[in-house]
Design a protein around this ligand. Structure first.
Ligand SMILES: [Zn+2]
Length: 146
């Protein structure tokens, strides 16, 4: 599907996020906009647009990946709550924004708001975030967290 940037897997995708890890069902990305520190995106590998289109196996595998990603963010960044957001009106490919929230911080107590200026990091900042999350994800998958 050429008008889907997840399936296209090109420059547009890379301008928005950085791949951290790929599993059987998902691709886990660091969102380049880090105004909520630790924010990630978990994309279903196959192009499906609604949760009800996933097989039982895909659903279990995909949401396990969402949960592991949230746990990794929790352990690395220490937020007070994780928000999970699925919209997809314009990019219908199944994906969840996994957005850590910090008490007293940006958007605490309300849905996160992408109209704030982007919180971009420098290359070293992205490298460090990816390295830490990647190591934590490997650790969590390794110990079959459940
Ligand atoms: Zn797609």
């Amino acid at each position: 599907m050429s008008d889907c940037f997840y399936c296209e897997n090109g420059e547009k995708l890379r301008s928005l996020m950085i791949l951290i890890k790929e599993t059987q069902y998902s691709k886990i990305y660091l969102n380049r906009d880090q105004k909520h520190p630790g924010r990630c995106v978990v994309q279903l590998k196959d192009h499906k647009t609604e949760y009800f289109q996933l097989t039982k196996e895909e659903r279990e595998g995909y949401f396990y990946d969402v949960a592991v990603t949230a746990k990794a963010i929790w352990e690395v960044y220490g937020p007070d709550k994780i928000n999970y957001a699925t919209f997809g009106d314009l990019v219908p490919h199944v994906h969840v924004h996994v957005v850590p929230k910090y008490e007293g911080g940006l958007d605490w107590g309300s849905p996160f708001d992408d109209s704030h200026p982007k919180g971009l990091l420098d290359d070293a900042g992205y490298e460090e975030a990816v390295k830490k999350l990647s190591a934590k994800l490997d650790e969590l998958y390794g110990r079959s967290f459940s």
